[in-house]
Design a protein around this ligand. Structure first.
Ligand code: NAD
Length: 363
């Protein structure tokens, strides 16, 4: 059992759920609700730990706060195999168990999707990331997170000395986030020169046709079947000549081993924690600007909050654009003036907001 570290923000509740009859274990952490009921995803894996849920819940507190949405941070973990046959039953039992925990609003995460959110909603009447038929805004279909990354690029490019209209872009992980980011950036004039997935990297210095690459990835399962340019190993993506690099796959891929090979001037963090803290410090010393995940990829969580508030698709895209542009400017100004990491600037601003809200609340 992990030892819980309490600090000035939380966690406010750490709950371990157990159904003997269903042999189901789950963990819910409500980290902080000063800004409103906590929103955070439900991670489904036999390996989810209390420590992991605690860490992710805190990340949500900070992400929701700086995104300016009226929600605190929380997270849940259900300790079952997400591909198992009894998925619906487990979600329905979990939902019943959290019915009275009104300050937690579940959302999708690894191992849970919009169908799972529909089961939870059916049981308890609250969840975000719902199917369109239940009033949901389809996050990946609309490419909200990728759109947010392209808005973030507009503000951060001048700080890195890049002209976005001619920028060369490399995307690590050509999935929901990576594809949409490449597409929205190309609408602003940028050119995709490299993309990767688990099978390898494709590099075309003259530019990649994004619609064609999306179709190839969809039909063959990998970007390496693009048919033009040079095929390389997955890891080679990081050393390609480009202006903007977007890691959009898994954590810690930019680390002390490969950070010196990066040639980009600007990194927009599409994935969560794609760079280690040590790598972020080296990037700063090398003059490479790196906009942290909870600013750059906040499009997803802003969409979840807008969906929960029953806003339209148009209102949601306007909110993503204005919030991400404003926050990118704020944290980059602060980071430049105080000579600190953009991540440190973002953490400070978002924590400050939560602490101010806490002073107005009784508990
Ligand atoms: P996805 O599963 O749709 O796509 C991930 C892609 O990355 C796949 O193409 C996969 O082949 C590739 N990949 C995996 N490991 C790789 C590696 N080592 N090197 C290169 N490519 C690799 O996932 P997604 O929804 O696009 O999410 C990507 C990341 O962004 C995750 O870290 C997720 O937590 C984060 N994120 C997603 C959203 C969202 O809106 N979906 C919002 C915020 C953050």
């Amino acid at each position: 059992m992990c030892e819980i570290q309490y600090d000035e923000l939380g966690p406010s509740k750490v709950i371990h759920l157990y159904s003997k009859k269903a042999q189901l274990r789950a963990i819910v952490v409500v980290d902080n609700t000063a800004l409103g009921p906590a929103i955070g995803g439900v991670r489904v894996s036999p390996l989810v730990s209390t420590e992991e849920v605690l860490r992710l819940a805190r990340t949500m507190t900070l992400k929701n706060s700086i995104a300016g949405i009226p929600h605190g941070g929380g997270k849940a973990g259900i300790l079952v195999d997400p591909k198992g046959p009894e998925k619906e039953r487990y979600f329905r039992i979990f939902a019943k168990q959290i019915k009275d925990l009104q300050e937690y609003i579940p959302g999708p995460d690894m191992g849970s999707d919009e169908e799972a959110m529909a089961w939870i909603y059916d049981e308890i009447g609250r969840a975000c990331g719902l199917p369109e038929e239940l009033g949901g805004l389809p996050l990946d279909k609309l490419g909200a997170t990728g759109f947010g990354l392209s808005e973030c690029a507009e503000v951060s490019c001048p700080y890195a000395g890049i002209d976005l209209k001619k920028a060369r872009v490399a995307v690590q992980g050509f999935g929901s986030v990576g594809k949409a980011a490449a597409w929205f950036l190309s609408e602003k004039g940028a050119v995709l020169v490299a993309a990767s997935d688990t099978k390898g990297t494709i590099h075309c210095a003259d530019g990649i046709d994004i619609d064609k690459l999306i179709e190839i990835k969809q039909s063959t399962g990998s970007v390496i079947n693009y048919g033009e340019g040079i095929r390389m190993e997955t890891e080679d993506l990081f050393s390609r000549e480009c202006d903007i690099l977007i890691p959009a796959a898994i954590p810690d891929v930019i680390n002390e081993e490969n950070v010196y090979s990066i040639k980009a001037k600007l990194i927009l963090q599409g994935a969560n924690i794609p760079a280690t803290r040590a790598a972020e410090e080296i990037l700063m010393k090398r003059g490479i600007l790196s906009v942290p995940d909870f600013i750059a990829n906040a499009g997803g969580v802003i969409m979840a909050a807008m969906e929960y508030a029953k806003k339209t698709e148009k209102e949601t895209f306007e909110a993503i654009s204005s919030k991400i542009k404003k926050n990118t400017g704020l944290i980059l100004e602060k980071a430049m003036q105080e000579k600190i990491l953009p991540r440190a600037a973002a953490e400070e601003l978002s924590k400050d907001k939560v602490l101010k809200a806490m002073r107005c609340r009784e508990y």
